[in-house]
Design a protein. Sequence first.
Length: 347
Amino acid sequence: MKAVIIEKTSAQPTYHNAALVQVPKPTDLEADQALIEVQAVSFNHRELWIRKGQYPGIIFGSILGADGVGKIVDMKPATGSKLEIGDRVVVMPSIGWSKDPRGPEDAYYILGGGHASGVFTEYYVSQQEDLFKAPEHLTDAEAAALPLAGLTAYRAVFTKGLVSKGQNVLITGIGGGVALMALSFCVASGANVYVTSSDDNKIINAVRLGARGGVNYKEDKWGANLQRAAGGEPFDVVIDGAGGDGLKTFTQILRLGGIIVSYGMTVKPKVDYTMAAVLRNIELKGSTMGSRLEFEEMLQFVTKHKLRPVVSQVWQGLESAEEAFEVMRQGRQFGKLVLQIKSSSKL
């Protein structure tokens, strides 16, 4: 069967190969395992960071990819399992985190490129407890786009950000998968959502998806412009994936006791939490991915509100992986990048 693996190169600057190779198809299942025929997979910036050598725990030769949807084609009996052969399922994008809201209970690994094998392949073996029926209203591409971004956003918005109806929420760097899922969760919960981006078109698209407004963070005094857009009202929560120098502005526009949730630092891997933030009782909370329980809750929320991940582009086949990587390198996407591997009745 075909799979996309990470191969080490000596090129400078570092950009390891994502090689399409033939690997043996899994045949023998252990108790509580299931074999899925993968129908679609999606990309996260994590795969790009792995190729750039900027992610810890890389194991060369391992299969890439954390996000996938597929059909169960074989399974071993599992106590209490509600799954059956033929079910369309999404894969929990990590292992080692069951339900503790504070953090993983065991050794924790995200799928792909490391200790836990990835889903950029035609067939994938999973523990049945890590498979969940895909929301029926989603296409294969949308379902593949959901797991990692959806889980990360759900935990950032609700577990850490405590977002609720009527609150003013800022989501930075709109256009990426996590930020867009956070937007949809906040809008569905009744919050007033504002966004930032360096691309005015992405702000326009976010408004079409339910944001109240947004500003270009390259503008002078963008924080003051943002607060004017919110009618002069302070913000309750910031959902931030950028890091860097934004925290100073967040401190100025947040209410006393406001919350900053940091789920990534794509601009600069540090922030300056100042005494001014302490005096305003502003909380800075780190947030990464989430537990299996939060994943199940996220899927229920998506189903209840009939939410759909934003899919930027779909290619056919694992052979198109390099083209998708190039789009991600250039930052041209608005939403998720997906490879359709095998067609199903739900397109």
